[in-house]
Design a protein around this ligand. Structure first.
Ligand code: HEC
Length: 108
């Protein structure tokens, strides 16, 4: 019984950790660096290696972030389903929320 209770408390802790992670712009940045920077220029005027990898054919993430037609809901839908030529990135809902939080920070 005692161990059962302990496990329950632990689970609750993990659940709380998940919630606080739900929209974490820092986590979004590392997802973007890992999964999006190969194609999308991640920040305008930043002369780092990511800019070299991005191409003009793909909209920059900051132009997407500043586009008033690209609301968080629109982005969530875009990132939830495959859009060739963009690969299906298989992001979880919380990863998508992190990426959106990062894009919103970028738009400021
Ligand atoms: C393999 C290259 C590639 C990768 C990796 C990639 N994208 Fe894309 N992305 C594209 C291309 C190409 C387009 C343009 C598609 C089109 O307009 O039909 C695009 C379009 C988009 C758009 C829509 C832009 C608009 O305004 O229409 C969003 C948002 C986007 N990408 C976000 C992301 C995010 C976030 C990631 C990382 C999680 C990512 N992409 C990873 C190639 C990629």
């Amino acid at each position: 019984m005692k161990t059962g209770l302990c496990a329950g408390v632990l689970m609750a802790c993990f659940a709380v950790a998940d919630v606080t992670q739900a929209a974490d712009a820092e986590a979004g940045r590392s997802i973007v660096d890992r999964w999006c920077a190969a194609c999308h220029i991640t920040a305008d005027g930043n002369a780092d290696s990511r800019v070299v990898r991005g191409t003009d054919a793909v909209p920059t993430l900051s132009s997407i972030a500043r586009n008033p037609n690209r609301s968080p809901n629109w982005l969530r839908q875009w990132l939830s389903s495959p859009h060739p030529p963009m690969p299906d990135l298989n992001l979880s809902r919380s990863e998508i929320d992190d990426v959106i939080a990062y894009l919103q920070e970028m738009a400021r």
